[in-house]
Design a binder for this molecule. Structure first.
Ligand code: HEM
Ligand code: CA
Length: 171
């Protein structure tokens, strides 16, 4: 494996072509954070609904995604990301969503080698937080998360000192 990349048993594939993803394209930075290690072991994004990660995820989303997908994921030139319909059903899983963001899909949905692996996990957490439809159709949430999930509301604030996995690297 390339320097700093945690080992993974996940079979990560391009969403459009099905070809294996080239993880060596990932930024050197942010490769072996606790979150990336955990995701590479489990295929589950440990940052989902972690309030210490959501603000950073929002910033990345607004910089890199909202121009095409809309400010709250409502869709623009790219499809809506805050609802329960997916062009690629695999995006209902964290692994699938990671594959689509890292490797891209079709047309203007290019790969995101500009983001670190850790940033991709954070932006995924934000995309999941924007979800506005029935939690019954949100298989990416655990049963406990389904119970406590409150959809994003414009103006929602997160405490600066929220405990969680991203507390150490909050800027
Ligand atoms: C498709 C996420 C940036 C344009 C998608 C899909 C996801 C996604 C999850 C698949 C949706 C589905 O299955 O229904 C993101 C995220 C971004 C990002 C998280 C930022 C990191 C962009 C940008 C553009 C763009 C910057 C425009 C330049 C598109 C288009 C599609 C798409 C046109 C449809 C592609 C297809 O159907 O194969 N995006 N996207 N996206 N996105 Fe993005
Ligand atoms: Ca959709």
């Amino acid at each position: 494996a390339a320097a700093g990349l945690p080992t993974t048993s996940l079979d990560l594939r391009n969403t459009d072509t099905g070809e294996p993803l080239d993880l060596s394209m990932a930024q050197e930075e942010g490769r072996d954070t606790p979150g990336v290690k955990k995701f590479f072991q489990t295929g589950v994004d440990p940052y989902l609904e972690d309030k210490s990660c959501l603000k950073k995820g929002e910033i990345i989303y607004l910089e890199s995604c909202s121009g095409c997908h809309g400010h709250v994921g409502e869709g623009k030139i790219g499809p809506g990301l805050n609802d329960d319909y997916w062009t690629y059903p695999k995006n209902e899983t964290d692994q699938g969503l990671f594959e689509t963001i890292f490797g891209g899909a079709r047309a203007q949905m290019g790969p995101h080698y500009d983001l670190t692996l850790d940033e991709i996990l954070k932006v995924m957490a934000w995309v999941r937080h924007l979800y506005k439809d029935d939690v019954k159709h949100a298989p990416w949430l655990t049963d406990a998360q389904k119970k406590s999930f409150r959809p994003f509301k414009v103006g929602e604030k997160f405490p600066e000192d929220a405990p969680g996995m991203c507390a150490a690297d909050r800027t």
